[in-house]
Design a protein around this ligand. Structure first.
Ligand code: TTP
Length: 393
């Protein structure tokens, strides 16, 4: 079956991280987010990937090329991000026979995607305690009988998980009217398929929709936790690596470093001397953790640097970020309340008791900067030496 993977979105909620790197290309363990979606499709037996690209399309195209893991990849360009049904419609010419549709910013358990393909027509669902903020499936016996968006009174606890296996006939139904939020939505295509076919629900055991920055941390927590210990880089005899730690070839771990996994230290990265890295942490290619710095449960993107005597916890640092010596990130409130973060101009709860900062590419902090929980720093923002920063900039 061909799998259409949607990766054209602008990723407005995950800004500033999506400023220059499109959301599907943000790092999750050793590969971009969308590579995990594509891996799930290939592991489930997809014989071709149709990747829908739009925002920062070249970055996605260059990474995957014409073939990925031996499976052909073709590309459809969605010129305007007019919704998920519009995105699939952009890929319509590539389709013949039944086809699957997966969100390129979702992590799925691969076994369920194999089941989805087998049971076509089918839709993936995840059981949630409170489905009122999701698209919710209703069922009749073993079939899905409908889908309703954000219902006040949910018919089931089965939330739509954005993975579909459609019969060939669905190609005719891709042109749907605009929804209330002004997009052409794939769920309206699903509604027609449900009317015309018996659609099976396939329940996922694990699923993650990466929409906001802390969900990128959660994605890394998931995919780093399944890595197995592998030490290929240059590791000092005086370093202590505990648990599932991966040190790629070309990475350097200096004397006195302690790493508690899960952690991935990628090629060209340097840690130490005397640094402490606690899981789940990704130190991406070329990133640096300096002398006596501590990094916990964080993502350091390519070429980011945490200088000596600094602390970074539960944070995401974009590319080329440089935290000056003695920069400290606070990740916990005195009142223990969940940390809030600004998403599209509104303060929302991350639901996390511990959350640090999100720094866009090229942020630079002065020495001894103090950064408060839930802080967002735009690409290129700077702080002064000794400054306490408690407002986004
Ligand atoms: P969304 O998460 O709804 O959109 P987005 O990724 O652009 O993020 P945001 O809401 O923060 O701006 O999209 C779900 C998936 O569908 C995601 O993988 C991106 C993809 N998509 C497209 O390919 N084209 C589109 O027009 C839209 C809206 C989404």
């Amino acid at each position: 079956m061909k799998a259409v993977v949607l990766a054209a979105g602008q990723g407005t909620r995950i800004r500033p991280l999506s400023h220059s790197v499109p959301k599907p290309m943000l790092p999750v363990a050793d590969r971009p987010l969308v590579a995990h979606t594509i891996d799930a499709a290939i592991d489930a037996g997809a014989d071709e990937i149709v990747l829908v690209i739009g925002y920062e399309a070249d970055t996605v195209h260059e990474y995957f090329g014409p073939e990925y893991r031996g499976v052909p990849v073709s590309y459809a360009v969605q010129t305007e991000q007019a919704g998920t049904a519009d995105a699939v419609n952009a890929a319509s010419e590539h389709l013949d026979g039944p086809f699957a549709v997966l969100n390129g910013d979702n992590l799925y358990d691969p076994a369920a995607i194999a089941q989805l393909f087998e049971q076509c027509p089918a839709v993936c669902a995840i059981e949630v305690d409170d489905p009122r903020n999701y698209g919710v499936l209703s069922t009749d016996g073993d079939s899905v009988s409908g889908i309703v968006e954000k219902p006040a009174d949910p018919p089931t606890n089965l939330a739509n998980a954005g993975a579909y296996a459609f019969p060939e006939a669905a190609r005719k139904w891709l042109e749907v009217p605009e929804s209330d939020r002004g997009e052409h939505e794939i769920t309206d295509v699903l509604a027609t398929v449900i009317d015309e076919f018996d659609v099976s629900p396939v329940t996922l055991s694990r699923w993650l929709d990466v929409g906001r920055p802390w969900e990128l941390l959660e994605a890394n927590e998931w995919k780093l936790s399944v890595l197995e210990r592998r030490i290929d880089g240059d590791v000092s005899d005086d370093a202590h690596l505990e648990g599932d730690v991966v040190v790629e070839p070309g990475a350097t771990i200096k004397p006195g470093v302690v790493i508690d996994g899960p952690a991935l230290i990628r090629s060209g990265a340097t840690v130490g001397p005397n640094a402490y890295v606690r899981g789940a942490t990704l130190i991406d290619e070329g990133a640096k953790v300096g002398h006596a710095a501590e990094v916990k449960n964080s993502v350091l993107s390519r070429d980011a640097s945490v200088s000596h005597l600094s602390y970074v916890g539960d944070s995401v640092l974009g590319r080329d970020v440089n935290l000056g010596a003695g920069t400290n990130v606070a990740n916990l409130r005195h009142d223990d309340a969940a940390i809030e973060f600004t998403v599209k101009g509104e303060r929302v709860s991350t639901g996390r008791r511990k959350f640090g900062i999100v720094a866009g590419d090229d942020v630079k902090t002065g020495i001894n900067s103090s950064l408060t929980p839930g802080l967002k720093l735009s690409p290129g923002a700077t702080t002064n030496p000794g400054e306490t920063v408690n407002r986004d900039r």
